[in-house]
Design a protein around this ligand. Sequence first.
Ligand SMILES: Nc1c(C(=O)O)ncn1[C@@H]1O[C@H](COP(=O)(O)O)[C@@H](O)[C@H]1O
Length: 156
Amino acid sequence: MGSTSDLPVMQDAIDILKEFGITVDVDIVSAHRTPEKLFDFGKNAHTNGYSVIIAGAGGAAHLPGMVASLSPLPVIGVPVKSSNSIDGWDSVLSILQMPGGVPVATVALNGAKNAGILAAQIIGSSDAEILNKIQSYKEGLKEKVIKGAEEVQKRG
Ligand SMILES: Nc1c(C(=O)O)ncn1[C@@H]1O[C@H](COP(=O)(O)O)[C@@H](O)[C@H]1O
């Protein structure tokens, strides 16, 4: 993520990935403030054992796109609504509107949980154990909705 101030939002991705038993490496890298670190991370992530990169940033959020330009790995972008943001649109549009050839899979504003699930699904496409966990997770979602509907109906 671009700043420690993004951590409260990005924590959702960390938590869900850990729930799926996936190793997470968490770091602060900024295209604007630490360009050399960004270049080093982006160029070497695929040979350093990473499978998927989740990049969260707010404001003029160049981090996800720049990581995607440097790395052959799939990059998931999380637009973070930072404190001085233009309602989050600044971050959403700067992550979403990538030029052809350099995709960033952009989730909803502050959608770090979905970013974590999507990363798990990408990893799960070649890992049966993780795929199973994702299936169970989705079953859990379904059961929650069914139980909720039953409660509502009981109350009349
Ligand atoms: N968008 C970027 C980048 C980048 O894209 O390189 N680096 C930091 N930031 C963002 O600036 C916001 C404010 O950061 P501070 O709270 O540190 O001032 C954060 O949401 C961060 O992601």
